[in-house]
Design a binder for this molecule. Structure first.
Ligand code: UD1
Length: 429
């Protein structure tokens, strides 16, 4: 077991550079399967979810070469199976993109039901609805989703009953090589949807409207290789904004697209955090306590659900009572019990959390139960008095590149510790 040990209550100062977007990378990597040739993808974050996606591609026959730490070349000329390896695919949510990409290029795909963070029920009915509308037969059996379209896919209109990032991207992947025009209505508008569409277009696809709620995909006969650079990670940037605010001080967050962060900037400003916007960076300055604020998470351009736990930590340090309403996931408050160990006063009732601000959080041993929950506990640990030990950090390292190094460079006292098995067992008991 690996944990982070954080000596908190030290102001953060300096500059941090944001890595490539995780949720774009884990979609663009399988999207490379649509190209019968080489794609070079730059600004890939060095995180375990990306390594896992690259391993899944290798296991179906892709030739994956790391050009440097953030650039990869993927050659999909010799794919020999359309069945994604079960053991790897079930470990990561984004493995469902193998369905759209394989179905699009080979008219056949078999992928394990996806894994990923436990945020409550995570159905994929809208993905399946889209594949079926395009003419595929889809079957879910023994933990596998099988999609087949022996006669090819045919452009169609798909209305999503719920705004879904995954379904929007998966239907785009399946449709780019289909016959005729596909229209996705009520599509998700997240920055990584636009990034995936831009990647596909740069490889020869014909997609318009990504970033709006109607996306039109005119099927093309073939896609060819090229080079593409992934956008900066909106949620990593937001997490460093929260860390800078919670730990006070002054931090320049570099290599970002400020437009993608407006929903986060607006709420942090409402809390009293001072944010100055530049072309591709933001300066965050803060002083405690924050102002109580209500937040509702919504699909983009609403406040992102993936920033909800980190925002909750800031609201713990606000004067008065704040309220969060989770508008995307069914069960995204599992971190609350851990924050309570640090002195937070939070009551959860269904999708609503009522947060009573406290003067100080106090360090404690806590457990990361998922990726963003883990990030929130790190943010809490940076602000807290005393020592916080965050366990199960593998969740955090799925999505944050070099978080310990980046925070250390800002002056945080944070160490990554490999626990001997004996100590880990004793703790578990
Ligand atoms: C993606 C992100 C995740 C983020 C989420 C919402 C990746 C790898 N993950 O997840 O970090 O929290 O967007 O911004 O990009 N739904 C259905 N049926 C479906 C699909 C979704 O009912 O077929 C529901 C979900 O249960 C959820 C809502 O739609 O309540 C949004 O889910 P979706 O946008 O699909 O999330 P993911 O793409 O899985």
């Amino acid at each position: 077991m690996t944990e982070y040990v954080i000596y908190g209550n030290r102001p953060l100062k300096g500059e941090v550079s944001i890595s490539g977007a995780k949720n774009a990378a884990v979609a663009i990597i399988p999207a490379a399967l649509l190209v019968n040739g080489k794609s070079r993808i730059d600004n890939i974050p060095e995180i375990s979810d990306v390594s896992l996606m690259l391993d899944i591609l290798r296991r179906v026959g892709a030739d994956v070469r790391l050009i440097n730490r953030s650039c990869v070349e993927i050659d999909c000329s010799n794919i020999y199976t359309t069945k994604a390896p079960y053991d790897l695919a079930r470990m990561i949510r984004a493995s469902y993109y193998m369905l759209g990409a394989m179905l699009g290029r080979f008219r056949s795909a078999q992928v394990a039901l996806p894994g990923g963070c436990d945020l409550g029920v995570r159905p994929i009915d809208q993905h399946i609805k889209g594949f079926k509308a395009l003419g595929a037969n889809v079957d879910v059996q023994s933990g596998f989703v099988t999609a087949e379209a022996p006669d090819g896919l045919c452009g169609t209109s798909v209305y999503l009953d719920i705004v879904s990032v995954g379904a929007t991207i998966n239907i785009m992947l399946a449709a780019v090589l289909a016959e005729g025009m596909t229209v996705i209505e009520n599509a998700a508008k997240e920055p990584h949807i636009v990034d995936v569409a831009n990647f596909l277009n740069s490889m020869g696809a014909n997609i318009i409207g990504a970033g709006t709620d109607v996306i039109k995909i005119r099927g093309v006969k073939k896609m060819t290789g090229g080079c593409y650079t992934i956008i900066p990670d909106q949620i990593e940037a937001g997490t460093y904004m929260a860390a800078a605010a919670a730990a006070t001080g002054e931090v320049l967050i570099k290599n970002i697209i400020p437009k993608h962060l407006e929903c986060i900037t607006a709420k942090l400003t409402e809390m009293g955090v001072e944010i100055t916007e530049y072309d591709d960076s933001l300066l965050v300055r803060s002083r405690l306590p924050f102002t109580k604020t209500n937040i509702k998470t919504l699909p983009y351009p609403g406040f992102p659900t993936d920033m909800q736990p980190q925002a909750a930590v800031l609201l713990c340090l606000a004067e008065g009572t704040s309220m969060i309403t989770e508008g995307v996931w069914e069960n995204r408050y599992r971190y609350v019990d851990e924050l309570k160990r640090m002195g937070a006063q939070i009551q959860v009732d269904g999708k609503v959390a009522v947060i009573e601000g406290v003067k100080k959080l106090l360090g404690a041993p806590v457990r990361a139960c998922d990726l963003r929950a883990g990030a929130a506990l790190v943010v809490a640990g940076l602000a807290a008095d005393g020592v916080t030990e965050v366990e199960d950090v593998s969740h955090i390292e799925r999505g944050y590149e070099n978080i310990v190094e980046k925070l250390s460079r800002l002056g945080a006292q944070i160490t990554r510790m490999q626990m001997p098995d004996g100590k880990a067992l004793a703790k578990a008991r």
